[in-house]
Design a protein around this ligand. Structure first.
Ligand code: ZN
Length: 238
C-alpha cells in the first residue's frame, strides 16, 4: 500500500500529541496516512505494553489511520545504528510516503530527539540504491520521501510553519483520550507523571489555540523543517 504521509513516533501517543489534528485533517482531505511507533512505551510509569497496544489501535481507528505498525525497539534504550535504520528503511520503502512526520528534534524525553534523528537519517539512507533491503524475500526499491517535518512535543520549540487545524482539535483530543492509562483521569490510582496532570491535558488545546491565535485561526499545530519551507505561489500562504 502506498501512503501519502507516514508518521513516526518513539512511543504510541507521540504522533497523536504532536500532530493528531493535522493527521485528522489530511485524512479528511483524502490523504492516506500511516503511523509507525518505534517502541511499545513499555517503560512508561503508567499502563503496560499490552494496554498501550490496545490504546494505540483504538486511537488509530478514531483518526482513520490506514495502517499502524510497531517496530518494537527498546523503549528508552534504542540507538541510532545500522540495524535500527534498516528496520525503518524497510517501512519507508514499503509505504513510499511523500511526507514523513517524526518526533521533535529536541525534547524532555531522550527518545524523542533520538527518534527524530534516527528517522531523519533513515529517510535519507532509504533513497540510496545500493542499500539492499527485502521483505519476505522480495527486494525493495529505494525511496526517499520529499520532505521530513518534525512535530513539537513537550518543549516549546518555535515552529518553522504551522497548520490551521480548526475543526480537528476535538478528534485529536478524542484520539489522545484513547490512551486512558497515560493521561488525566481523576479516578486513576496510578502514580502521577508529567503527562498525567490536568494541566498537560489542557495544554493540548491551549497550545493549539495560542498557535492559532498567532495566525488568526482558531487552532493550529506547529512543525519544524529540515530545509526551507517552499510554496509554489504566494497565494498558498494563509
Ligand atoms: Zn514520547
Amino acid at each position: 500500500m502506498k501512503l501519502d504521509i507516514l508518521v513516526f513516533g518513539a512511543h504510541p501517543d507521540d504522533a497523536e500529541l504532536g500532530a493528531g489534528a493535522t493527521i485528522a485533517k489530511e485524512i479528511a482531505n483524502g490523504k492516506k496516512v500511516g503511523i509507525i511507533d518505534l517502541t511499545r512505551g513499555e517503560l512508561g510509569t503508567r499502563g503496560s505494553a499490552e494496554i498501550r497496544d490496545e490504546e494505540a489501535s483504538k486511537s488509530a481507528k478514531i483518526l482513520g489511520i490506514s495502517v499502524r505498525e510497531n517496530l518494537r525497539f527498546a523503549d528508552g534504550f534504542f540507538v541510532n545504528n545500522r540495524e535500527h535504520q534498516l528496520d525503518i528503511i524497510k517501512k519507508i520503502r514499503k509505504y513510499r510516503p511523500e511526507i514523513v512526520l517524526c518526533n521533535a528534534i529536541d525534547d524532555r524525553h531522550i527518545d524523542h530527539g533520538k527518534g527524530s534523528k534516527l528517522v531523519s537519517d533513515a529517510c535519507f539512507l532509504s533513497g540510496l540504491m545500493k542499500i539492499n533491503t527485502e521483505i519476505n524475500g522480495i527486494s525493495q526499491d529505494s525511496w526517499r520521501p520529499k520532505t521530513v517535518y518534525h512535530y513539537i512535543q513537550w518543549k516549546n520549540i518555535e515552529p518553522d510553519f504551522v497548520v490551521d487545524v480548526t475543526g480537528f482539535i476535538d478528534v485529536k483530543v478524542k484520539a489522545i483520550m484513547a490512551y486512558k492509562s497515560q493521561f488525566f483521569n481523576s479516578s486513576s490510582e496510578a502514580p502521577e507523571t508529567p503527562i498525567s496532570s490536568q494541566n498537560f491535558l489542557d495544554s493540548v488545546t491551549y497550545r493549539a489555540r495560542d498557535l492559532g491565535r498567532l495566525i488568526n485561526v482558531e487552532y493550529a499545530e506547529g512543525f519544524t523543517a529540515e530545509r526551507f519551507v517552499a510554496v509554489s505561489s504566494l497565494a498558498d500562504l494563509i
